[in-house]
Design a protein around this ligand. Structure first.
Ligand SMILES: [Zn+2]
Length: 353
């Protein structure tokens, strides 16, 4: 993803974080935070919830999410190799992800398109993987995450490694693992008239720092929305990215608050009802974990179309775009928190016309 305050410049990044934390403090004092606060008041003190090693409670028995299986999916994905554009293993990975989703009952299509890399002028084929559950339903929700990993490591402290592709255990793999395990749990929600489209976007990492080439897959998908939504636009889009960090906290992302306030509120409220610490920590006033940013990611192209689109992300991750973004930084409990929040949100979205 890219941060509109040009976060790749470290000092501006920190300044941006500070200013935006002030901004979100103001934003969150508005009406819907009173809803959060009311729910919040019934919860244990946030300070007692800061440990991420504690097991996530399953307070809603109708929701389940197997974090061990999600972790295994993630581990296998990482073992298959890096997934930057032009990487040799890409086709095999695409087929593998599509097969897993198909085996869970989804109608699969691969949306391939060509994209020229501006600097090298080389042309690459990028592929979005689209898995539709309950394809007949007119009302639909998109759950998205990017499956590609980054070709560079521009944030790495070692200058010799900056031009080398990263593993991307958190950035490019954690979201995919959550969605694959979530797909296994969808049946239990009995959504009836609500269809769910899991879209694994390619090319999120296509951009170089400061460029506008990020999110190539989701932009293409949004530009061609009528391919999958000929008459009715999706009612909601929820994108997850970098959701596996052991030290997890989700401050509400700023563009989501601005353009999709009710949907953002719904997701955080459901998560807080489930006592999920990452979402609670993201709302802790004055905490460094609750510093929010305005982030360009795969939700952004949908916001431009006027579709409520929310990004769930923890960008407070020191290994972002470095060679330290590896499996040892990932917690199964973090994957579980994200998965449960999405499942609970789907359940509630199903009740809203
Ligand atoms: Zn990234």
């Amino acid at each position: 993803m890219n941060i509109t305050s040009k976060a790749h410049n470290k000092s501006r990044f920190l300044l941006g974080m500070f200013l935006l934390s002030l901004y979100i403090s103001a934003e969150l004092s508005l009406a819907e935070l009173s809803v959060w606060s009311a729910v919040w008041a019934q919860q244990p003190s946030p300070s007692s919830l800061s440990s991420q090693s504690a097991a996530v409670p399953n307070s809603n028995l109708s929701l389940s999410f197997d974090e061990k299986r999600a972790f295994k999916i993630l581990s296998e994905l990482v073992q298959r190799g890096q997934r930057y554009y032009g990487a040799p293993m890409r086709n095999e990975v695409i087929q593998g992800l599509a097969k897993q989703l198909q085996d869970l009952g989804a109608e699969i299509s691969l949306q391939a398109f060509e994209k020229v890399e501006p600097k090298s002028q080389l042309k690459y084929t990028l592929t979005n993987i689209v898995a539709r559950f309950n394809p007949q339903a007119k009302q639909r929700v998109i759950l998205g995450s990017h499956w590609d990993t980054r070709l560079w490591a521009e944030e790495d402290h070692n200058p010799n490694l900056k031009s080398k592709p990263i593993t991307g255990a958190n950035d490019g793999s954690s979201g995919v693992a959550v969605l694959l395990e979530l797909a296994r749990q969808l049946d239990k929600l009995k959504l009836k008239d609500l269809g769910v489209d899991i879209v694994l976007f390619d090319g999120e990492e296509f951009g170089r720092p400061g460029s506008d080439d990020y999110c190539a897959g989701s932009r293409y998908f949004a530009q061609n929305l009528s391919t999958y939504y000929p008459s009715v636009k999706p009612k909601a889009v929820i994108v997850i990215d970098m959701v596996g960090d052991k030290d997890l906290a989700f401050p509400p992302e700023q563009s989501s608050v601005k353009f999709a306030r009710p949907l953002t509120t719904l997701i955080w409220r459901e998560a807080i009802k489930l006592k999920l610490p990452a979402f609670q920590r993201g709302l802790e006033r004055g905490s460094p974990h609750a510093k929010s940013l305005w982030i360009v990611d795969d939700h952004s192209p949908f916001q431009k179309l006027g579709i409520p689109a929310v990004l769930v992300i923890d960008l407070n991750y020191p290994h972002w775009h470095t060679h330290q973004d590896t499996m040892d930084k990932i917690s199964p409990q973090s994957l579980k928190q994200t998965g449960l929040a999405l499942l609970a949100s789907l359940k509630t979205l199903n009740t809203i016309p």
